[in-house]
Design a protein around this ligand. Structure first.
Ligand code: ZN
Length: 430
């Protein structure tokens, strides 16, 4: 069935860059988005399209509100939603004290299901329609995640973690079982509807060389799967990698050595890289997930967007909950702005939105399906309402341009301002 959505419509058609190139974005003040069978059919001015669509096309009227593409979170941990905002540690201690205990609880399937349902609903309430998600080491955690995403109609990339050393005994698999369980999950879920599988070694510290080798074998057998892991988050971690893999030139070299750097490889953080790493990542098609709230919260370091972009590395925004402190990609954009600002790198509102829509879709190699409103793409979008909180209503009333309003909404907005979330043209009711 054909349906029309009317409102102020904004999307990116390319990277606006640090100086907000105007031709990279499209804004239609009184716009109309026409959707059929879950896909965008047409986008234009309401005045032009109203005459064409005929009386039998229902119109959902969001006049006065902003319609933007669904937000995309390039790296987030489902089981860690319950330990978000836990005090006081840097990465390696934080994992031991908070993350691993929370992940152990996923051994209980009922608990895993309850947390997963909350997690996905919270993503959708925050306007996140697609995410690349870490489950836990337990194979049923990935089954649960995919089943729950399928029920909701979400596009989602996920995987069972691979971790066989330097972590609690209860969270270990082994190279053989990790390979076999991942393979079975790929056969069951990868390419089913809107779901994609990511081979997910937690990070190089928690996998033996035998396990990394098995992961690389799987990646070669299934070249259209994703690879999702962490890279160069914390200096202590980087130093430990240099000790554990003494033969390697760098942390990235470890993944590359085992065949885990290729197109659809997504690396969370990428804080402590050198120019050679960035060149290699760009040449092989790997992507960086920029996780500003997590990097600041865990005191990990600064993400150098300018150098990543200049090297040609694909970059998307990510919350990295529970190291990250908000499920909201609006809040995450505001922290990205601050982290870049202190490095002398501008982040205009249009580029912030790009990093969580089209840029994130490019980083995940999903831009043929999602990321903006080009006809033929899947109709995932959200409706942003500045009237939903006192401060956003007041600030938006004083804004003279869309750019000014969007920038203020990025800083002041949260899930209250997400009036509606649509997956393939269907409103998600939660
Ligand atoms: Zn993470």
């Amino acid at each position: 069935m054909r349906r029309a959505f009317r409102g102020s419509i904004f999307h990116c058609i390319a990277d606006p860059g640090p100086h907000a190139v105007e031709s990279a974005v499209e804004h239609i003040e009184d716009g109309m988005l026409i959707v059929e069978d879950g896909h965008v059919v047409q986008l234009g001015a309401a005045a032009d399209l109203l005459a064409d669509i005929g009386d039998d096309t229902p119109i959902e009227d969001y006049s006065g509100k902003l319609i933007v593409p669904g937000l995309i979170d390039c790296h987030v941990h489902c089981p860690q939603v319950d330990i978000i905002a836990s005090y006081g540690e840097q990465l390696l201690d934080w994992l031991n004290k908070y993350a691993y205990p929370a992940e152990m609880q996923f051994g209980n399937e009922d608990h895993a299901r309850e947390v997963t349902d909350f997690f996905l609903d919270e993503l959708l309430r925050n306007g996140t329609t697609t995410a690349a998600v870490f489950a836990t080491v337990h194979p049923h955690s990935a089954d649960t995640l995919f089943a729950a995403a399928e029920e909701r109609g979400m596009r989602l990339i996920g995987g069972k973690l691979l971790m066989d050393e330097h972590c609690p005994e209860q969270l270990r698999d082994d190279p053989g079982s990790g390979y076999a369980d991942s393979k079975a999950l790929i056969e069951k879920w990868h390419g089913k509807g809107r779901l994609g599988y990511a081979i997910t070694p937690r990070f190089a510290l928690t996998s033996s060389e035998a396990q990394l080798e098995a992961a690389g074998r799987l990646a070669a057998e299934y070249p259209d799967t994703w690879i999702h892991t962490h890279l160069a988050e914390n200096q202590e971690e980087v130093d430990e990698i240099a000790r554990q893999f003494a033969w390697s030139r760098s942390y990235l070299d470890v993944y590359d050595h085992f065949g885990l750097l290729r197109e659809r490889s997504v690396f969370a953080h990428c804080l402590h890289l050198d120019a050679e790493d960035r060149e290699l990542m760009a040449a092989k098609g790997g992507s960086g997930a920029f996780c500003p709230t997590s990097n600041l919260f865990l005191g990990s370091g600064m993400f150098d967007l300018q150098s990543m972009s200049d090297s040609g590395v694909r970059v998307g925004l990510a919350t990295d909950v529970g190291g990250g402190t908000s499920m909201s990609l609006l809040r995450t954009m505001s922290e990205a702005y601050k982290m870049l600002h202190i490095q002398g790198q501008p982040l205009p509102a249009s580029r912030a939105l790009y990093l969580a829509t089209l840029g994130a879709a490019e980083a995940l190699y999903l831009d043929e399906h999602i990321g903006n409103f080009v006809p033929g793409k899947e109709a995932d979008f959200i409706v942003l309402d500045t009237e939903a909180s006192h401060i956003t209503a007041r600030r938006a009333a004083a804004a003279e341009t869309l750019d000014e309003m969007l920038f203020a909404l990025i800083f002041l907005g949260d899930d209250r301002n997400v009036a509606a979330t649509y997956l393939q043209g269907n409103r998600y009711a939660g």
